[in-house]
Design a protein around this ligand. Sequence first.
Ligand code: SF4
Length: 311
Amino acid sequence: MKVLLASPRGFCAGVNMAIDSLELALKAFGPPLYVYHEIVHNKYVVTHFREKGVVFVDHLHEVPEGATLLFSAHGVSPEVRQAARDRKLMAIDATCPLVTKVHLEAIKYAKQGYTIFLIGHEGHDEVVGTMGEAPEAIVLVETPEDVATLEVADESKVAYLTQTTLSVDDATRIIRKLRERFPQIASPPKDDICYATQNRQEAVSLLCDEADLVLVLGSQNSSNSQRLAELARERGISAHLIDGASDIQPEWLEGVQTVLVTAGASAPEVVVEECLDLLRDHHGATVEVRTTREEHVAFPLPKELRAVVLE
Ligand code: SF4
């Protein structure tokens, strides 16, 4: 068996920054430390931090007044920020700067009186946070079919934004429909779908035709990981999204000669390594790294933690 190991894969700059922030905050302030929602959508990472005394909450009333709270990489709405201030929490903002960019675009368009179509998945933490910036101005669009039913007061003042972790192909289909219906629609100068999402999808689309099976390391609630498995399936290649080596079913590998292994932006390299070990030890696999693009992106720590580093 041959394994093609996709590169880039796994942690992106936003996830690295969020995880480093949590590690540092734990060291500086000690447990219990509270995080609003999962720090990143990955079971392994969340379990690791839970064992170190991190408490993940979905509501701020679960956090004692005056405690330290970290906002996850997916970002939060202004309402949550205010609630944190009201409870006198020491808030550390580990929102990915590329999510913040979408928030700022939403604020800008809303101030100018635009109706904003946010292309994304209902209920995703990032979408909830972005919609909270201008709830009266933002309409969620999930599918190309949604476009026909959109109602707006002024069709000349519409704009679209996207969730950062969408399928590039799906988003393109929706944007095409939006442009057909609203030829004057405004959009940000640079894509909202982030570099990491695009690069990991690009690697799968360039490499999956060489494989009989695609294994994507990532959790079920990770949007960008789900999109990688979907992309392979759309090309007719069998694909599974797995948290780790123990999820691999032996029957998936029957008759398989080439496996493409990749990982979503929130999946740590340790789970990739475990998966490779299993394929080497039990299936005699040789591993070939295939690099489709180099990545050199890094984000600074949240300002609340920079002072801690200097101390
Ligand atoms: S996937 Fe993209 S937007 Fe999300 S944390 Fe990573 S770099 Fe930021």
